[in-house]
Design a protein around this ligand. Sequence first.
Ligand code: HEC
Length: 214
Amino acid sequence: MAQGRKDELLDHDADGIQEYDNSLPRWWLYGFYFTIIFSVVYMVHYHVSGTGKLMTAEYEEEMQAAESIKKIAAANAPKKELPTSPLTDAASLKKGQEIFESTNSLCATCHRTDLGGQVGPNLTDEYWIHGCDLPTIMKNITTGFPEKGMLPYGSTNKLTDEELVQVASYILSKQGSNPPDPKPIEPERDVKCGANAGTEQNTVATTDTAIKQH
Ligand code: HEC
């Protein structure tokens, strides 16, 4: 390392302390050069060419990303924009019936094909345990009542929003259909839907009031 100058004393001292004029260790020197190069690259990248994003820009970007995730989540969430009054057109009700009777959703196995009730309650009368307006019924189908045996969506096979509206509308279309030998009501739990069973209440209700109604 030292080309003939190893351990040469420098001719100054501080209170009797002297030092040798040795070269810097290579590892140190290379580290030092590296920091110089790094600082230049860093400066060009972040401050000259603008190819690197500074903290504020990164922050803004993350905030924007979070904002768009929020929007997507809001778009997927059970919507207030979902109809609050049941569909009544034949095609939708037929779809609803297909879902109700399908082996994917299993609704009919517990509530019977005529909705008269078996394991699950009779869905054709005006007595409801958990509420009788469309948004509530859709919510109840979504969550199910696992402790009573009804899984979310009946069988955990997720329904799309559209299917949810269809099957809930189908249920409401069966109000008052009086199937033979229905499952009896549970007097201590069932609540009468009042004058507004099914369709009427919901056609006049706005989304908010419909949601508050139960
Ligand atoms: C494994 C049996 C089972 C299946 C499958 C099932 N349910 Fe139920 N369901 C029940 C039971 C039990 C209850 C009553 C819960 C309680 O007592 O709190 C119920 C309650 C309900 C209620 C609320 C009734 C009320 O009086 O408030 C609705 C609406 C309903 N089910 C719709 C459906 C639909 C739609 C499907 C298919 C997607 C379905 N259920 C599948 C057993 C089932």
